[in-house]
Design a protein around this ligand. Structure first.
Ligand SMILES: [Zn+2]
Length: 272
């Protein structure tokens, strides 16, 4: 930190290299005690270093209510505040990669020796590109402002003294599989994207001092969040059949509000 250099042991002995970093990185490194570092060599011959620093996580603030987040099929995420992020574009890109991969895999089995090798190389490059695209999308949803005025989930939860309630992953998988068993749907839902998305959210929330609770996955999406009666769900619409309630609206919004209710219960220790 004195001269912003790192000391590396090379085959020709110890050498110091100057760090080419911005003010954000300097801020994080200042006064910290790096525990680990990895030197990474790029394909173009250049190198960079990843330095891991530990930081204290603030004590989660006392929450007065809960924001429920429903991780669904048509929308990547739908919150009880009504914010939602569409999965259509993401799914289109992923379907494209998936078709391309299937075509390449067929060729790996046929083709001449050099064709097979080229296909294998292409497959490898493809997996990295798809992963990076998805990581970028996930990052944006959990941190950035999406759209023009909708605040990100963490920022809004912090501003409204809310905790964030998420559904257990297994439930989400079962529930969505019940609704559709098509191969395309299953591939989307079972992918690692959802668990990575959750990791991002939990990480950002911890740093912001926002509590995250995971609610039991058995919550039926047919339950009305207003009166807890079973209602009717038809695609995107939900209709409560309780004559005293009669709530009607977006099915994902109803689901997210149900998750928020459960989140409050879990937080008060009323549910495991
Ligand atoms: Zn109702």
């Amino acid at each position: 930190e004195r001269d912003w250099t790192v000391s590396l042991t090379t085959v020709e002995g110890r050498e110091r290299f100057e760090l080419d970093v911005g003010s954000y990185q300097r801020g994080r490194l200042t006064g910290s005690n790096p525990k680990a570092a990895t030197l990474v060599k790029r394909q173009d011959g250049s190198s960079f270093i990843q330095i891991g620093v530990e930081s204290e996580v603030p004590e989660p603030e006392h929450a007065v209510k809960a924001t429920g987040v429903d991780l669904g099929r048509r929308d990547i995420a739908h919150t009880s505040e009504g914010d939602h992020w569409n999965a259509q574009q993401l799914n289109q890109v992923r379907d494209h990669y998936s078709r391309l991969r299937a075509a390449l895999q067929r060729k790996v089995g046929e083709g001449t020796r050099s064709t097979r090798r080229r296909c294998r190389e292409l497959l490898q490059r493809l997996s990295g590109r798809e992963r990076r695209f998805q990581a970028w999308v996930n990052h944006c949803i959990s941190t950035c402002v999406s759209g023009t005025e909708s605040l990100a989930i963490v920022a809004r939860a912090k501003a409204t003294c809310s905790l964030i309630a998420l559904e257990g992953l297994t439930g989400m998988r079962e529930r969505t599989n019940q609704q559709s068993r098509s191969k395309v749907e299953r591939r989307r839902v079972n992918s690692w994207a959802f668990s990575q998305w959750r990791q991002f959210l939990e990480y950002k929330a911890a740093r912001a001092g926002v509590k995250v609770v995971v609610v039991p996955p058995a919550y039926p999406s047919q339950t009305c969040h207003r009166c807890l009666w079973l209602g009717q769900r038809e695609g995107k619409r939900f209709r409560c059949v309780n004559p005293a309630c009669g709530w009607e609206g977006d099915a994902d919004l109803n689901g997210a509000n149900g998750i928020a209710l459960l989140g409050v219960a879990v937080n008060r220790g009323l549910l495991p």
